[in-house]
Design a protein around this ligand. Structure first.
Ligand code: GDP
Ligand code: GDP
Length: 449
């Protein structure tokens, strides 16, 4: 695993060591209230929300100082040049200094992203002092208090969002996303942990029949493995597109115990399966339409953040074209809250329509794992705000995708956004990046201006 390197620079006494310690979460560097105490370059591995990186504290940066300082500065220079992200720390309690300006002049020529960190923003007033540092031409200053931990999490969100694609991910292949030649993250079903699919629905809608159909159709090697919960069995199916794991298939495989089937996929069991899955196939019996129990289950699946594909089963039993239209409309209306979830009309019994599942599954899973570069997120948000401002001076100042599975975006706003406006931004993001039916989460963080 290649770890991105985050290098902390800044003139002495701005709080670099304190920030280093804050990020690492333990006291590793000596902090003293005296310029230049932290001479040694300190390097440790740190982690934020599953993103691992090397953190380097460069000690002093003293442009044009004495001999010792020059040596230190050369070391700093070397460290900064290999950095993936540079944290340029300035002191909000002191304000902009000439030394800050000369460091900034040099940093502006770097290719790596430089984040301007105004430290010692211990309170709201100090936080506002950061705007003075806009003059350094290094973008929006990020205010933190390294000493008190204030806004440290916000800073780290921005830091990890600036990592080059494919770095800093944990070793767990389930979480790793390979990188293409252009540096973008790719999702390739053969390279990473197989998608995990849960088949859920009321008793007798045809879950077992569908499962057997999916397994049989692939004429594939099927093997069991211990499921994520004690009495669960997962089934791995090898397909031409790579393996698929069907989560908690115990009830579907042991068909001799028919009596259990009503119990097996009760709500509780379904929800447990969904927790362990990347995507849920919600099976509905077309001859009965969407019942209130189906609705409740769909609501719960949706609330868990798991993307849904609706399998409208036993479709061959409805022959009358008019009746078919009626059933279709009924499903769309009663499941309106799952948004753009694909609806597949199938017959698990005859196999008709089941082949349509594979491409839908691949798309949905790819969307679930997709990560959008920060600059693109901001481009889309800026355009959306230009098209239709929120009004009353309410603004999203910065946005980034903090997580995948499901895609989660953090919006930094100056004031509370109206709910309808959030829906509008969500729609803009969904459309711009073609997220389809994948649930998207928006987190809103308020920043005082
Ligand atoms: P460095 O020379 O840049 O590594 O700075 P240090 O981390 O050694 O910090 C210099 C001084 O600033 C120490 O007395 C710290 O306690 C203090 N300091 C660091 N961060 C903060 C902060 O967020 N707020 C306040 N009030 N003081 C801080
Ligand atoms: P489960 O309880 O959800 O696992 O449902 P089963 O797979 O056991 O199916 C319940 C009943 O519906 C069985 O008698 C199946 O043969 C029947 N069934 C399942 N899928 C279809 C279908 O597409 N068409 C028809 N006509 N019957 C089906």
């Amino acid at each position: 695993m290649s770890l991105p390197t985050v290098v902390i620079v800044g003139r002495p006494n701005v709080g670099k060591s304190t920030l280093f310690n804050r990020i690492v979460g333990e006291q590793m560097a000596i902090v003293e209230n005296r310029p230049g105490v932290t001479r040694d370059r300190k390097e440790v591995e740190a982690e934020w929300l599953g993103n691992h990186f090397n953190l380097v504290d460069t000690g002093g940066w003293l442009p044009g100082g004495n001999e010792l300082d020059e040596k230190v500065s050369r070391q700093v220079e070397a460290a900064v040049k290999t950095a993936d992200v540079v944290l340029f720390v300035v002191d909000a309690s002191v304000g902009l200094t000439e030394d800050d300006e000369s460091v900034a002049n040099w940093l502006r020529r770097l290719e790596s992203p430089v984040l301007l960190v105004t430290n010692k923003a211990d309170n709201d007033r100090r936080e506002n002092d950061r705007w003075e540092f806009l003059a350094l031409g290094l973008g929006e200053p990020l205010a933190v208090s390294a000493l008190h931990g204030r806004r440290a999490g916000d800073l780290l969100d921005v830091v990890v969002s600036n990592f080059p694609a494919g770095t800093g991910q944990p070793d767990d292949p389930a979480d790793a996303i390979p990188v293409g030649d252009d540096g973008e993250r790719l999702w390739n079903p053969n390279d990473i942990a197989p998608p995990r699919v849960a088949i859920v629905g009321r008793p007798n809608v045809g879950k077992s029949t569908l499962f057997n159909r999916l397994v049989g159709e692939d004429r594939s090697v099927v093997h069991d493995m211990a499921g994520t919960t004690r009495d669960a069995i997962d089934t791995v199916v090898e397909t031409p597109d790579g393996p698929i794991v069907f989560v908690d298939t115990a009830g579907m495989r042991r068909r001799s115990r028919i009596d259990d089937s009503a119990e097996y996929y009760s709500m509780v069991r379904a929800l447990r399966a969904i927790d362990a899955a990347d995507i849920a196939l919600l099976v509905i019996d077309a001859t009965e339409g969407v019942t209130s129990q189906d609705q409740r289950l769909a609501e719960r699946v949706d609330a868990s953040g798991c993307p849904i594909v609706v399998m409208l089963n036993k479709w061959e039993l409805i022959e009358d074209p008019e009746k078919r239209l009626e059933v279709s409309a009924d499903v769309t209306r009663k499941l309106y809250f799952v948004g753009d979830a694909p609806i597949l009309k199938i017959s698990a019994l005859t196999g008709k329509g089941v082949h349509k599942l594979r491409p839908v599954l691949q798309d949905a899973i790819e969307q679930y794992h997709r990560r959008v570069p920060t600059r693109d997120v901001n481009r889309v948000i800026a355009a959306a705000q230009q098209r239709q401002p929120a009004g009353h001076g309410v603004k999203v100042m910065y946005a980034l995708q903090g997580a995948t599975d499901p895609p989660t975006f953090t919006l930094f706003v100056n004031r509370e956004l109206p709910h309808t406006y959030l829906r509008y931004l969500e729609r803009s993001i969904r459309e711009a990046f073609e997220f389809g039916s994948t649930p998207i989460k928006l987190r809103v963080r308020k920043r005082s201006e």
